[in-house]
Design a protein around this ligand. Structure first.
Ligand code: SF4
Length: 251
């Protein structure tokens, strides 16, 4: 599990190493067709700032080579804003006395129909807060069952699940899962997520491993970037992608 590997990666050393990268390190990385993790550190570093345009051109080149000139759009649909967590950056946190809704299957289907009336969308992302007691796996399975009538690609962005639960949802027609590991710094993570199931760093961090074990076809891994202390987390996503092939599969 990645949380075990993470114990061997020092946040402080990673931060210092990224900050110490030089112009030469960046040029060396840009000249390679296959970068290693040190090269990625160089490209994330302050020394890479003068090369943003160069990196953007390379990014476009590799993107077009792999995906062609395509653009994929999806519709995010919140089917509940009910949540048992207390993330400090989110208005849905449980202490906020706002109206909460858990859409019924009939209401969910009405939303699907309304979306299809807008345009021939095929990709839907079902989003929830985290309320496994009232909007857990059976609820998600029902929403996916109905979605199959309207969409060919169904993804979820919900609470991390067990490998068995991910597996069950793929049997219902789930194509992909998106999840944010907001930061890979455990101390920062605890500050942002003080209560509820989301406060369990390892459970969330290892959710991607469980998706892999379950054979989820498409896995979207997010971190919150832009913050002063977010760069090492971006690096951790890179390390994690490098180790993805070692994940065993649940059958
Ligand atoms: S789990 Fe999601 S919906 Fe709930 S408070 Fe955190 S960010 Fe908001």
């Amino acid at each position: 599990m990645f949380s075990d590997e993470l114990k061997n990666i020092s946040w402080e050393e990673t931060t210092e190493k990224i900050a110490s990268m030089t112009d030469n390190d960046v040029r060396r990385a840009l000249a390679k067709s296959h970068c290693d993790v040190d090269d990625f550190m160089a490209l994330l570093s302050p020394a890479a700032e003068p090369y943003l345009e160069t990196m953007a051109r390379l990014s476009r080149k590799y993107t077009e080579e792999r995906f062609g000139k395509t653009m994929s759009m999806f519709i995010p649909l919140y089917i509940t804003n009910s949540c048992s967590n207390s993330c400090v950056y989110c208005g849905f946190h449980r202490e906020n006395p706002m109206a909460r809704t858990i859409l019924t299957p009939e209401q969910i289907e009405d939303e699907y129909k309304a979306i299809k009336e807008l345009a021939p969308f095929e990709n839907i992302l079902l989003v929830t807060g985290e309320n496994p007691a009232k909007a857990g796996v059976p609820y998600l399975a029902k929403a996916i069952d109905i979605a199959k009538k309207y969409f060919s690609n169904i993804k979820i962005e919900v609470m991390p699940l067990s490998a068995e639960d991910y597996k069950e949802l793929t049997h219902h027609g789930l194509n992909g899962v998106i999840c944010f590991q907001e930061t890979y710094n455990k101390e920062h993570y605890q500050n942002y997520h003080p209560r509820g199931m989301k406060s369990k760093f390892e459970w969330r961090c290892d959710g991607f491993d469980r998706m892999g074990q379950a054979g989820v076809h498409s896995i979207g891994m997010g971190v919150l970037i832009g913050g002063r202390r977010s760069t090492p987390s971006t690096f951790h996503v890179c390390v994690r992608l490098r180790t993805r092939d070692s994940t065993p599969t649940v059958t």
